[in-house]
Design a protein around this ligand. Structure first.
Ligand code: ZN
Length: 277
């Protein structure tokens, strides 16, 4: 089963966003005021060519995000704390075509969360089943959603996702999981913290290895192993719990950890390099 890493441009954030510091509201103020930027980080999308249909994990960012006027001016985060660079040919539609998959062939699009650099490519998939946690979908709506950094007005008008509640059976240290495929080899896991309804996707391959698509649970593998929560998580306690669950899952299994913005993630996928806990 082919699994591909596709890169939809880059995003740079502040160093103190990647590796959070401080407590309470100071965390986000630190991020806004900091002067030190990360290098341009990849915005990954993952494609699993499963016998039951192509599964896409996240959709990356739209090229519109690198143009002036896309983000609301009143939101300080977009003004001072994030820099996107995406060309139209780097959007997920062309990226998929580049590996021989037509966007219409995608059966499921699973969104780890609804931040712009994960949901920005949705317009390419009007015919797929879009899957997102109910908690996340609700958090992203209306004025509250906008204040919290979502762009509900930029989501496609046709969007009517399948909303997931985490009530299924436990998976290792995770209290619940929801199967995506009938085979049960692709499951959704609750990993809240970075956002209220953040989820991760785990694929169990033929060798019994776990390929773990982590979204923004952490920005690198090292930060997950050290249990370091990022600087923008609205719920640092849940974020730390999610990282600890992943670490325990990696201790009990062969696990390949793939965060969206980790510069090493595509290489780890290619070599099926597992976490050493
Ligand atoms: Zn995010």
């Amino acid at each position: 089963m082919r699994i591909s890493a596709l890169q939809t441009g880059t995003v740079a954030v502040k160093e103190v966003q990647r590796e959070g510091r401080g407590r309470g509201p100071a965390r986000i103020i630190n991020v806004l005021r900091a002067k030190q930027w990360t290098e341009p980080l990849p915005i990954h999308v993952w494609a699993i060519e499963h016998p039951e249909g192509v599964i896409l994990i996240d959709t990356g960012e739209t090229a519109l995000a690198s143009e002036p006027g896309y983000f609301p001016r009143w939101q300080p985060y977009f003004r001072v704390a994030v820099r996107f660079a995406i060309r139209p040919d780097q959007e997920i539609g062309p990226r998929l075509e580049g590996i021989g998959i037509a966007p219409d062939q995608v059966r499921w699009v699973v969104l780890t969360h609804l931040h712009t650099d994960h949901a920005g490519g949705l317009r390419h998939f009007p015919n797929a089943e879009i899957v997102v946690a109910r908690k996340e979908y609700e958090a992203a709506q209306g004025v509250k959603g906008r204040v919290n950094g979502y762009l509900p007005n930029r989501l496609p008008k046709w969007l009517s996702p399948r909303l997931v509640d985490f009530e299924g059976e436990p998976f290792g240290p995770f209290p619940a999981s929801v199967p995506l495929t009938s085979a049960g080899d692709v499951r959704l896991l609750p990993t809240p913290g970075h956002s209220p309804g953040h989820l991760s996707v785990v694929f169990t391959d033929a060798e019994g290895r776990l390929i773990f698509f982590a979204g923004d649970t952490s920005y690198t593998q090292d930060l997950m192993l050290r249990g370091v929560v990022d600087g923008v998580s609205p719920d640092p306690k849940s974020a730390a719990d999610s990282l600890e669950r992943i670490r325990r899952l990696a201790a009990d299994n062969q696990l390949v950890y793939l965060p969206t913005h980790d510069p090493e993630a595509a290489r780890r996928l290619a070599s099926r390099s597992t976490v050493a806990v």
